[in-house]
Design a protein around this ligand. Structure first.
Ligand code: ATR
Length: 290
């Protein structure tokens, strides 16, 4: 694609972003859709967040993604929040529309899309989430919003699992909840239908670690690990060996990016087809995901 005076700029801000897959995904999409647009990643410092956002407005950037650690701080600089970003309490996508900043969150929807691709509904399910950080917050609120029957959150730091459960109960008082430390003794494993790992346990380079043993779960559970470095974590491998349905983190990553593109371009894209193409490209070209 030729960059010229009409080329529109989209960005990622965060720290660190130097290994992000987002530029690969968005630029692939822009190329495929013949959009005269380019996506660039910028590593920024917290004290520069405000001036960066103002500069984006001044140079007519059309939209940008926000990643760790600014997904909450950015809320101070947007004019409007979407339903999902308000629900989750964080923004990962901003659209700049005639100088007005609108904050969205596609993390939860990206998670759901990867889930629904398997034709499974979360409604009425008993869900166990491991972790209580930023990712766990997006995903737990998203799954509760889908009408799950119960939600258990286990986390190494128990106080954080309790705080997250309290936050959820504030928004969804009727949901059945439970919390505890990162240990199977806190939960009746046989009752669980869906297990979601939102901790960083098992992430490269500590690929031999698992956040929980899966022997005690029913064989028909769904195991979702949001880690994509490595593409297949030890948790996913063990679940596959037991014949469980598994979902890895790469689909969610690509989906959340493509959902941002739909917001920015203001039209529906062939999301599933595009996700598969991008996934294939990442896998075949061995683009660094470890
Ligand atoms: P993210 O935005 O990816 O969720 P985060 O907010 O830093 O990142 O959260 C990381 C999660 O992984 C937390 O739940 C963290 O547990 P603590 O709250 O106890 O810190 C969990 N985690 C990270 N390293 C871990 C480890 N070695 N063992 C168990 N849990 C771990």
């Amino acid at each position: 694609m030729e960059i010229n005076s009409q080329t529109e700029l989209y960005c990622l801000i965060g720290n660190p972003v130097n290994k992000s897959l987002s530029p690969t995904i968005h630029n692939y999409l822009f190329n495929k859709e013949e959009e005269n647009a380019v996506y660039m990643a910028f590593n920024i410092e917290k004290e520069d967040l405000k001036s960066v956002v103002n500069s984006f407005k001044a140079i007519n950037v059309k939209g940008f993604n926000v990643t760790i650690p600014y997904k909450i701080d950015i809320i101070n600089f947007v004019d409007e929040l979407s339903y999902e970003s308000e629900l989750i309490g964080a923004v990962n996508t901003v659209k700049i529309d005639n100088g007005k900043l609108i904050g969205y969150n596609t993390d939860g929807l990206g998670f759901l899309k990867a889930f629904k691709e398997k034709s499974i509904s979360l409604k009425g399910k008993n869900v166990l989430i491991l972790g209580a950080g930023g990712a766990a917050q997006s995903i737990s609120l998203t799954v509760v919003n889908e009408g799950v029957k119960s939600l258990t959150i286990l986390n190494r730091t128990i106080s954080k699992s309790r705080e997250l459960i309290e936050k959820i109960k504030n928004k969804f008082p009727k949901i059945e909840t439970n919390y505890g430390g990162l240990n199977e003794k806190y939960v009746d494993l046989k009752k669980i239908d869906v297990l979601i790992n939102c901790t960083s346990v098992g992430m490269y380079p500590e690929v031999d670690k698992m956040p929980i043993e899966i022997n005690g779960f029913n064989k028909n559970i769904i195991v979702y690990d949001i880690i994509y470095k490595p593409l297949e974590t030890k948790l996913i491998k063990s679940a596959k060996e037991k014949g469980m349905i598994t979902i890895g983190g790469l689909d969610m990553l690509i989906y959340q990016a493509l959902l941002s593109d739909e917001i920015w371009l203001d039209r529906k894209l062939e999301i599933e087809k595009m996700k598969n193409e991008i996934k294939k490209r990442i896998l075949s070209e061995n683009i660094e995901v470890i």
